[in-house]
Design a protein around this ligand. Structure first.
Ligand code: NAD
Length: 498
């Protein structure tokens, strides 16, 4: 059985806690490796190592740090196929989608090549007689990232690229479900010229996460995962005086107005609802057609598309729309929620619960499910399903449709499909959600903008990547300086005002 340990001080290190978690191949259902779960002592040792490495790294000028990111981008491109294969083997997503996972992280690494520019401070000459005032952005020290299973390449890179470009050392605690790619990324950073210890990958579960939240040396924690854990990590880290940004779950609505291009909307819904088996925090899981005619026409277009979805293992190549769910537990949970929806009275227009993949009967596959007549009191509406299940909630008017995402506890992403500029503008202005698409179903901002949800989808200040990434991983120091030519007035006892 393959054992996956940690990556500390530029080297592979075996786990010593004696605790391991199984890593599955979701397509076959087989256990393919066991990943070590770090003890508090192992985490503390990794943090001490990162702290020692950070001093030299912070003293390395930003252009040289940027050159490491430049080389890292080259290496990601060189190893794209290898990374995608390792990612699909542990996660289950298709190879093209796995490449997308790597590329969306790579794009943040590209943005971080601009570190020398992003870290430039501000300067006010002559803020007073002989007085100049300037501010600089300095790294925090050792920072940490705790990441989910569903984007094992992209989300670690969203965290460690800006943090490291700013001059911090980084402790990455990836998901124990798919730990191989995060370690491969750390190897590539070392190959790109990063000094050993600046990026340490420590595998683990709750014990490792708690050790991060409590460690005095760690100055900031970036978390992505489910809402209860996001809230927990936020509370525990901030109670220990750390800076924290913790992103949680989602229930993303897409409103379809009567004037929308329905073919375009149906295609968008199928891609955004079922891609990656619905295991995306920006997946559209609720479609809200406005008016009876729109709803009936939409269901008519959607049902055959959902029935025709091609499901299979990543090894089947490009001819697959989505793969299995990540674990047997995830499959059981999603099936259970569909059962619950039927019990609650929603109409299951397409039932994918009994889908079985020939030759892969032990894999964690499930077919696409489509619900109609879902209402806001049902569990399948309130809960993040995180599977290939789309719920249609019918609304009579635009205001009734708008009220659904407005009132939902999650606020990650949302979209509207319409040909009317007034409605689209009103929607973008009034909705209380962090990322909004207008005729775009999955409005994930590009690397040079920032990504973050509102309400129960995000705790803390500042978003991920883009300019916010550089703010989150640095602190501002402001210097007021006066040179002797300005020192002419003797002692001053009153606060200076300009
Ligand atoms: P998860 O919350 O189970 O795990 C996330 C991380 O927390 C992992 O590293 C895990 O080891 C750790 N963890 C799990 N249980 C813990 C506990 N009891 N105490 C301390 N740490 C614990 O999430 P997941 O299943 O890996 O990922 C799916 C979730 O992530 C979904 O809810 C999805 O919406 C969300 N997500 C959100 C975003 C976003 O940007 N908002 C992006 C991707 C995924």
């Amino acid at each position: 059985m393959q054992k996956i340990g940690h990556f500390i001080d530029g080297k592979h290190v075996e786990g010593t806690s004696g605790r391991f978690a199984d890593v599955y191949n979701p397509a076959t259902g087989e256990i393919q490796a066991q990943v070590a779960l770090a003890s508090q002592a192992e985490m503390d040792a990794a943090i001490a190592n990162a702290a020692a490495a950070q001093r030299g790294w912070a003293a390395t000028n930003p252009q040289r740090r940027a050159r490491v990111m430049m080389k890292f981008v080259d290496l990601l491109n060189r190893d794209m196929d290898k990374l995608a294969e390792a990612l699909s083997r542990e996660h289950g997503k298709t190879l093209p989608d796995a490449k997308g996972d790597v590329i969306r992280g790579l794009e943040v690494a590209e943005f971080c090549i601009g570190a020398p520019h992003h870290l430039k401070g501000e300067f006010s000459e002559g803020a007073g007689p002989g007085i100049d005032m300037y501010s600089m952005r300095q790294p925090l020290g050792v920072v940490a990232g705790i990441t989910p299973f569903n984007f094992p390449a992209m989300i670690p890179m969203w965290k460690f690229c800006p943090a490291i470009a700013c001059g911090n050392s980084f402790i990455l605690k990836p998901s124990e479900r798919d730990p191989s790619v995060p370690i491969m990324l750390a190897e590539l950073m070392i190959e790109a010229g990063l000094p050993a210890g600046v990026l340490n990958v420590v595998n683990g579960d709750k014990s490792a996460v708690d050790a991060i939240c409590d460690a005095e040396t760690i100055q900031a924690v970036g978390f992505v995962g489910s809402t209860p854990i996001a809230q927990y990590v936020y509370s525990r880290s901030t109670a220990n005086g750390k800076r924290a940004q913790c992103f949680g779950g989602a229930k993303n609505h897409m409103i379809i107005m009567p004037d929308a291009d329905l073919d375009q909307a149906a295609d968008a819904l199928v891609g955004a609802g079922y891609g990656a088996a619905g295991e995306r925090c920006m997946a559209v899981s609720v479609a809200v057609p406005v008016g009876e005619t729109t709803a009936n026409a939409l269901i008519e277009k959607l049902a055959p598309k959902v029935e025709a979805l091609k499901i299979g293992p990543y090894t089947a190549g490009n001819d697959v729309d989505f793969g299995p769910l990540v674990t047997k537990e995830a499959l059981g949970r999603v099936r259970g929620l569909v059962d619950q929806g039927v019990k609650e009275g929603a109409s299951l227009v397409v039932d994918g619960r009994d889908f079985s993949m020939q030759g892969y009967e032990d894999g964690f596959f499930m077919g696409g499910c489509l619900f109609d007549n879902v209402t806001r009191d049902m569990d399948i509406y309130k809960t993040e399903i995180f599977g290939p299940v789309l719920s249609v909630v019918r609304a009579e008017t635009y205001e009734e449709a708008l009220d659904l995402p407005l009132s939902h506890e999650y606020g990650n992403g949302t979209a509207i499909f319409t040909r009317d500029g007034d409605t689209a503008r009103d929607f973008a202005s009034r909705i209380n959600i962090g990322m909004v698409g207008i005729n775009v179903p999955i409005p994930v901002p590009l690397a040079y903008h920032t990504f973050g949800g509102w309400k129960k989808s995000g705790f803390g200040d500042l978003n991920q990547h883009g300019p916010d990434g550089f703010k989150f991983y640095t602190r501002t120091k402001t210097v007021t300086s006066r040179w002797p030519s300005g020192l002419k007035d003797g002692a001053e006892f009153v606060i200076p005002t300009m």
